[in-house]
Design a binder for this molecule. Structure first.
Ligand SMILES: Nc1ncnc2c1ncn2[C@@H]1O[C@H](COP(=O)(O)OP(=O)(O)OP(=O)(O)O)[C@@H](O)[C@H]1O
Ligand SMILES: [Mg+2]
Length: 235
């Protein structure tokens, strides 16, 4: 315990300059296998830290494939659990889901059953009414979207840890052509037939955003849609 830091720290630390380009950063991440690097300015002062996730998020954003809202982004992305929850590693994560539900798109009458089952599941595990309500509203919206828009079956996976619930609703169906447009309130591609069933106000995605603490939407035409919602326990 009375050992000095100087004996424990890593020497010869790899770092980036403020002005280094993404390409160099990516190749160094690969070469050295570290998850984060300090960034220094002209005078060799450390001005920040760059992580793999920072780069990933920036690139996905550029591609227009990712929508992210997160007031607590830094806190969340610092966690190692985040990487196993990225949809690119779906298989690992699905195996670890504490709850899952197969969404059957043939039966519109079942729309919402998955959200309801998830709510009961969480209530049984002692989560508060309040957070369960938020989870079920947001999950309901995503589940309905799979049924009325994707054209295929989908799945709900939920992951629990001490202070948060993460719900992923995903399908491998039609996908969304313009994610930013789809996020706008009132935007809907629903047919008249679907509108007659009471859907198609264009409020689903914005409700998911409103009721969750963080939302990631990844979708592209023909490749399916993944919504990942994080709910943080309060109080
Ligand atoms: N899983 C999905 N697969 C394909 N397209 C989707 C999916 N989810 C959403 N979309 C597209 O995004 C649009 C907006 O979705 P959103 O849930 O906000 O509105 P809506 O479903 O059309 O209406 P509402 O949710 O109010 O009933 C949809 O009209 C659809 O074009
Ligand atoms: Mg909807």
């Amino acid at each position: 315990i009375d050992d000095k830091l100087v004996n424990r720290m890593s020497k010869d630390v790899r770092y980036f300059h403020q002005k280094d380009g993404i390409e160099k950063v990516l190749s160094d991440f690969e070469r050295y296998g570290y998850g984060r690097f300090p960034v220094i300015d002209k005078k060799h002062r450390v001005i920040g830290v760059i992580t793999k996730e920072d780069i990933l998020i920036a690139m996905l954003r550029k591609l227009g494939a990712l929508y992210i809202r997160d007031t607590r982004r830094n806190e969340l992305l610092e966690e190692s659990t985040y990487s196993i929850l990225l949809p690119t590693q779906r298989k690992i994560a699905s195996k670890e889901a504490k709850f899952f539900y197969e969404i059957n798109s043939l039966n519109v009458n079942d729309a919402g059953l998955g959200a309801l089952k998830l709510k009961k599941f969480l209530l049984d595990r002692g989560y508060s009414e309040k957070i369960c309500r938020r989870v079920s509203i947001a999950t309901y919206e995503a589940e309905v979207n799979v049924i009325i828009h994707s054209g295929v079956d989908g799945r709900i996976d939920a992951f629990l840890n001490e202070n948060r619930i993460i719900v992923r609703i995903w399908d491998k169906g039609k996908g969304i052509e313009d994610v930013n447009k789809a996020m706008q309130e009132g935007y809907s591609t629903a047919s008249d037939q679907i509108r007659e069933l009471g859907f198609g106000a264009g409020m689903g995605l914005s409700n998911m955003k409103r009721y969750s603490d963080k939302m990631i939407l990844i979708s592209s035409k023909g490749k399916g849609t993944t919504v990942e919602l994080t709910f943080i326990k309060r109080g």
